[in-house]
Design a protein around this ligand. Structure first.
Ligand code: IMP
Length: 469
């Protein structure tokens, strides 16, 4: 800071503030400070998109549609456990770490500080994107505060999961163990990787500690420090041109009036605090995670949109009150292609659960919801919505935190007539069959927020907005 500015600031804040206070006025801060701390212009619209169920709600498609209006796309939590599918011109692309709006031209994607990054996975994904014609060097930015996943995290993920009595069903990508190191303050960040003196010191300490742990608790073979140092140093060189100070990057973008879309991975029910703990992932998948995971203030966020499927799915273990019986499960799984984009695991499927979706609307402060995969229900004679849980003689209307209680709850259903008509060509709400319109209006009423977008197929054009979002 130049001296002239520093002395002006000092005399302003002490001199005038003190004089003002002496005269009994409440104006403690000088007006001229505004040139030092300029407010951001508020004409832009920054949007958070979050999953409002157990992940796999079809966020990739919604982000792809809504990112048309954004300049910067940000991932703020999770890692390559996520798989966001986008289909453009019949070609499928699955994003794991890179924000999924980048297939649009001239967008820039930031992988925020809240993401845990496997550099090998990131480099592979960048190479695939480059092959699709995206100028990756320009378009992909990586926060220097993001934590790195190492092979020992993956090994720990796998052996810990195998040793658990109540399995979580993790993706085995090292996500949880990497977040454990972050919270234990022993993780290695992108900034460390870019520091040729510091990185070997930190890595040696981590490898030695993890080798001791793996041997003592699981009798697992050790990792070679030399091999990891060589491999990760090469990753560091490759990633260096993408590394930015994420806070400064977003601050500058907002100052230029650029619009930011924060892209949540997984879903609210997988959130470490607000999900079906312990059957969750290890990050804050909810809208609040966008602030901590990208380095922006809550005041920078203008809109939150929750994404729900027209029914419910989940991968991995844990209670799922509206889960279908086997025959219906197979039918919907086949029609909805309900297999994990990251692991290929079959997803568990069930009826729409309004309790969990409303819980998500509240936790995220959703302004609206987008409904995906309506077409998957096209052939049903009746459709059901869970509007409460029955526990013995008691009916519960709020999503419970006690998983033992949730496991024994029976869903209370409202039945509505099915529409038995294809919806894939609808381009507006009025073009949907009346029974489908009734179903959606009922969801709106139960969730207490408007529906802003409906998707009726996997293609980009099989989606339409309702109102101005
Ligand atoms: P982890 O994130 O690999 O630790 O897995 C924890 C739980 O989150 C498991 O039940 C996973 O199946 C689930 N999970 C993680 N990522 C996703 C996702 O992108 N979609 C759906 N489920 C996920």
């Amino acid at each position: 800071m130049p001296n002239s500015l520093r002395s002006r600031q000092r005399s302003n804040s002490l001199g005038r503030g003190a004089r003002g206070a002496g005269r009994g006025t409440t104006k403690a801060f000088p007006v001229s400070l505004s040139h030092v701390c300029r407010p951001l212009p508020r004409r832009h619209k920054n949007l958070v998109i979050v999953g409002a169920q157990w992940g796999d709600e079809g966020k990739g498609k919604i982000i792809d549609v809504l990112s048309e209006d954004a300049d910067i796309l940000v991932r703020y939590q999770g890692g390559h456990n996520a798989g966001h599918t986008v289909i453009v011109d019949g070609h499928e692309f699955i994003f794991h770490l890179i924000p999924s709006g980048l297939l649009h031209k001239h967008k820039v994607g930031l992988i925020g500080n809240g993401v845990v990054v496997d550099p090998e996975a990131l480099i592979n994904e960048m190479d695939r994107l480059q092959a699709r014609g995206v100028d990756v060097r320009r378009a992909v930015k990586l926060s220097d505060q993001a934590h790195l996943i190492f092979p020992y995290h993956k090994r720990l993920d796998i052996v810990e999961e195998a040793g658990r009595t109540g399995r979580i069903g993790t993706t085995g990508r090292g996500i949880g163990p990497c977040y454990v190191d972050k919270i234990a303050r022993s993780g290695i960040r992108v900034a460390d990787l870019c520091d040729a003196e510091e990185f070997p010191i930190k890595l040696r300490a981590c490898v030695e500690e993890k080798n001791r742990l793996l041997k003592a608790l699981y009798d697992e073979p050790p990792f070679s420090y030399d091999e990891l140092l060589a491999r990760y140093s090469a990753y560091g060189k490759r990633l260096a041109p993408h590394v930015v100070n994420g806070v400064r990057f977003l601050r500058d973008a907002m100052a230029q009036g650029k619009r930011i879309l924060f892209e949540g991975a997984q879903g609210t029910l997988l959130d470490i605090d607000h999900g079906t703990y312990p059957y969750v992932t290890s990050s804050n998948a909810t809208a609040g995670g966008a602030c901590t995971g990208a380095g922006v203030a809550p005041t920078a966020i203008d809109r939150v949109i929750g994404v729900v499927k027209a029914y419910t799915t989940r991968v991995g273990e844990g209670p799922f009150p509206t889960e279908f019986p086997p025959v219906l499960m197979e039918r919907i799984r086949a029609k909805g292609k309900e297999f994990g984009a990251t692991t290929g695991r079959p997803r568990r499927c069930g009826w729409f659960d309004a309790l969990i979706a409303r819980h998500a609307v509240w936790v995220n402060g959703c302004d609206a919801v987008a409904v995906t995969k309506l077409d998957v229900l096209d052939e049903m004679d009746t459709v059901q919505i869970c509007v409460g849980y029955r526990d013995g003689k008691k009916t519960i209307h709020d999503f419970p935190s006690n998983m033992r209680l949730l496991s024994r709850c029976q869903p209370v259903y409202e039945s509505l007539p099915g529409w038995r008509t294809p919806t894939g060509d609808a381009a507006a709400f009025d073009e949907l069959p009346p029974a489908a319109q009734r179903y959606l209006k009922r969801l709106e009423a139960l969730l207490e927020v408007p529906i802003c977008l409906i998707s009726t197929g996997s293609k980009r054009e099989q989606a339409f907005k309702i109102g101005r979002w």
